[in-house]
Design a protein. Structure first.
Length: 280
């Protein structure tokens, strides 16, 4: 009897100890890495917009810095983007000047009478002409359209099917053709290639447009339009093809972590119920 009482007392003490631990149980929590991944999977487009938006926007800050007299930050931005773009001034936008773009002859008169692209790219502008955006019009079109179409895609993501690979290739083909023909043309010398005069296009169209449309790179010319349009098409292709896969990965990751958290909560609730039943 005494042994039974001791056993019962011991069992009761153990039950009381387990029951008292219920009040100290903390709600199940994810690890710090899982919490970060869950947060990122829910807000990946916001993170992308802020980080990528800074990358896209910095080239426009260079002329702003130059305009307000902050030469060192402005030239630092120009220097950074030299690794990403040719920065030829006749193919770049200008801010704070009378024109948005300038032809090669005007650039040569203001800077150096040269056809050397390594010398031409060093011209960032002046107070009279304004200041050059830190990358070319093609880069503005291509990278900027990725950001804009990313915003447009997101509210339509549930109704818009992902672009197939052949569609992405089709939308990328124009920028490949335009860029490669520009490259081949520039091998003959800046301002001297077949894409500078576009005489072939004048023949095909029967000189239907004014001469400024065919020759050069300034805004409104054939070359300018092609760089802008092909950049936009490429941006559409990148977003339409790639963003649905990123969203699918983010959604799958989010669901796995949320299911894990739910399982942890269920196990915790069952553990507490078992203790309460034992105590009763």
């Amino acid at each position: 009897m005494k042994g039974m009482r001791m056993s019962s007392s011991s069992s009761l003490t153990e039950t009381d100890r387990l029951a008292s631990s219920v009040s100290y149980l903390k709600p199940p929590r994810l690890s710090a890495s899982d919490r970060f991944v869950l947060w990122f999977s829910r807000r990946w487009l916001l993170v992308f917009s802020l980080s990528y938006g800074l990358f896209v926007g910095l080239p426009f800050l260079a002329p702003v810095f130059m305009q307000i007299g902050w030469d060192a930050p402005g030239r630092a931005v120009y220097f950074f983007y030299t690794f990403l773009c040719h920065q030829l001034p006749q193919r770049s936008f200008f801010l704070f000047g009378p024109q948005g773009m300038y032809d090669l002859l005007t650039i040569q008169a203001a800077w150096d009478n040269t056809l050397n692209p390594l010398v031409l790219r060093q011209f960032v502008g002046n107070p009279e002409m304004g200041w050059k955006v830190a990358w070319s019009d093609r880069m503005v079109s291509m990278y900027g359209s990725i950001l804009v179409f990313g915003w447009l895609w997101y509210p339509l993501r549930k109704r818009l099917k992902a672009l197939p690979l052949w569609g992405f290739v089709l939308l990328s083909l124009p920028i490949f053709l335009d860029g490669s023909t520009h490259f081949l043309s520039d091998m003959a010398g800046i301002g001297r290639g077949f894409r500078d005069s576009n005489a072939w296009l004048a023949v095909l169209t029967g000189d239907a447009f004014r001469s400024a449309f065919y020759a050069g790179d300034t805004l409104g010319s054939f070359n300018s339009w092609m760089r802008l349009v092909t950049g936009i098409l490429f941006g559409i292709g990148i977003v339409w093809y790639g963003a649905p896969y990123i969203e699918e990965i983010a959604l799958g990751t989010r669901q796995r972590i949320e299911l894990r958290l739910q399982a942890m909560q269920i196990l915790s609730e069952r553990f507490i119920e078992r203790i309460k039943e034992t105590r009763a």
